[in-house]
Design a protein around this ligand. Structure first.
Ligand code: NAD
Length: 485
């Protein structure tokens, strides 16, 4: 497939291409342009026209365009799911869920485009400005660059794409290098809407090259990126040169706490789903650290091992598969190395942990200490470490003792424990009696510390992708008393 710059489906200026391969089989799915700085700068230049045109595009047109994209995605859902499964390797069941979420997200932002309200402020709070009034509305930021990770590309991009366009910006998308094809396909749907020329462009290629060029570009007002914390830091530093707004949704090492009043069998099912059979273990908010209160620790470990043994690992296109491959062999080797480090640090590997190509068999660790790397670092693959605890304060302290703070989950029937967790855990969302691997598009999603610097969600993103502009009229009512008399 080609990329879309200036309204044309193009190759890279230097004709470079990159291969897109099926992570499960190694099969070549397609090639895309490997864009460079010249392509990025061309897109930024065209986006200046797109920005002007979008600023004059009424909300009802933006609404209708996003609704029509949602309808196209819905119509082509099975085709898109098949394409995404081939390039991304998630199970078909998971991918159908992702496509369904993207449809809801496009519709949600379409509706929200009609709710960009402003406010009117009387100025009689200030001596001398008694006759004044001001009105403040939200205006688009201008050109937004969306940088998308590989794991849930369609769903995560939907927030950035529909959000930016609903708010009246021009958008340039940098899709993940491993799996850009579904986003290219949906970009074709966007190009057929009534949105103006250059409202949306998509530039494929390697992040450090074309992504970095977009981040540096002076004609870009905002970068909305989801990905690893290391990349987020590099982007924030590069963007500082031009003082552009940066919204970062980054890594996580989410904790789940099981209190002693939890049913071990039900909790084990939830943990295994939230760690192994969602996204093949590659989710920012997956169950990455588990704390189990001592009285149920042995029962939970036994139930987790039973559930893990029942998982079916293999072809993601087979509807009975629970766990597919990691995105690349490099990613699988990295997880293999993290598992080996856990063993060398003294943790006990009680299940799985073997690599075969891009596949890792779901791994369970016991005997883990909170200071081990297997516990402290984000592992982007199917690895589940279990740690016992005694007192609530110990569990909360270990959860907060992390460079990340995306989500945390608490399993308990006790309301006081729930409220205490909500107040004391330093994370963006506390989930109750459900694993952390959940995102609801209408809620503000995002984390504290190394997990990012904002919240993304249908309402929040629209505010984020606009800025306030005020009309200040100090003497608006001067003379109006006489007129009324
Ligand atoms: P990544 O950081 O390697 O890549 C993310 C995107 O950034 C890709 O499109 C990549 O091409 C681009 N990129 C890389 N270097 C760049 C640079 N210097 N300048 C501009 N762009 C650059 O992440 P990944 O491996 O695709 O995704 C996995 C990570 O994403 C994990 O850490 C995971 O926790 C995180 N993630 C977070 C969320 C969230 O909402 N918080 C959601 C999904 C994934």
């Amino acid at each position: 497939m080609k990329m879309l710059i200036g309204g044309e489906w193009r190759d890279a200026a230097d004709s470079a291409v990159m291969e897109i391969r099926n992570p499960a089989t190694g099969e070549l799915v397609d090639t895309v342009p490997a864009a460079g700085e010249a392509d990025a700068l061309a897109a930024v230049q065209f986006a200046q026209q797109g920005r002007q045109a979008m600023a004059g595009t009424p909300a009802h047109v933006r609404h209708d365009a996003l609704m029509s994209v949602a309808a196209r995605i819905e119509r082509d859902a099975e085709d898109l799911a098949a394409l995404l499964a081939r390039e991304n390797g998630k199970t078909r069941r998971e991918i159908r869920g992702e496509i369904a979420a993207a449809i809801r997200i496009f519709r949600g932002y379409a509706e929200e485009a009609k709710r960009l309200f402003g406010r009117v402020t009387p100025l009689d709070t200030i001596p001398g400005l008694e006759d004044g009034i001001a009105l403040t509305t939200r205006v688009p930021r201008g050109v937004v660059v969306a940088i998308v990770p590989f794991n849930y590309p369609v769903e995560l991009w939907a927030h950035k794409c529909a959000g930016a366009l609903a708010a009246g910006n021009a958008l340039i998308t940098k899709p993940p290098e491993e799996c850009p094809l579904a986003l290219l396909r949906i970009s074709g749907y966007l190009a057929e809407t009534a949105l103006p020329a250059n409202a949306h462009q998509i530039v494929t290629g390697v992040g450090e090259r074309v992504g970095a060029a977009l981040v540096r570009a002076a004609g870009v007002q905002m970068v909305a990126m989801t990905g690893s914390t290391a990349t987020g830091r590099a982007i924030a530093k590069a963007a500082a040169e031009t003082l552009k707004k940066v919204h970062l949704e980054l890594g996580g090492n989410d904790a789940t706490i099981l209190f002693a009043d939890t049913d071990p069998a039900a909790a084990a099912k939830a943990l295994v789903k939230g760690r192994f059979s969602s996204g093949n273990g590659q989710i920012c908010c997956a169950v990455k650290r588990v704390f189990v209160q001592r009285p149920i620790y042995d029962a939970v470990c036994a139930a987790v091992l039973r559930e893990t043994a029942a998982l079916r690992i293999g072809d993601p296109m087979d509807d009975t598969t629970d766990v597919g491959p990691l995105i690349t062999e490099r990613a699988a080797r990295r997880v293999e190395q993290q598992i080996a480090q856990g063993v060398s640090e003294g943790a006990t590997l009680v299940a799985g942990g073997r690599r075969d190509g891009n596949f890792i068999t779901p791994a369970v660790f016991t005997g883990v200490r909170a200071d081990m790397a297997v516990f402290r670092e984000e592992i982007f693959g199917p690895v589940l470490p279990l740690v016992p605890f005694d007192a609530i304060d110990d569990a909360f302290a270990m959860v907060n003792d992390s460079p990340y703070g995306l989500q945390a989950a608490v399993f308990t029937q006790d309301l006081a424990t729930v409220m205490s967790a909500y107040r004391r855990l330093d994370v963006g969302t506390v989930v109750i009696n459900h694993p952390t691997a959940i995102r609801v598009e209408s809620l503000p999603f995002g984390g504290a510390k190394g997990s990012g610097n904002g919240r993304e969600g249908i309402h929040d993103t629209l505010i984020d992708m606009t800025e306030a502009r005020t009309l200040l009229i100090p003497y608006a009512f001067a003379g109006s008393a006489e007129a009324a008399a």
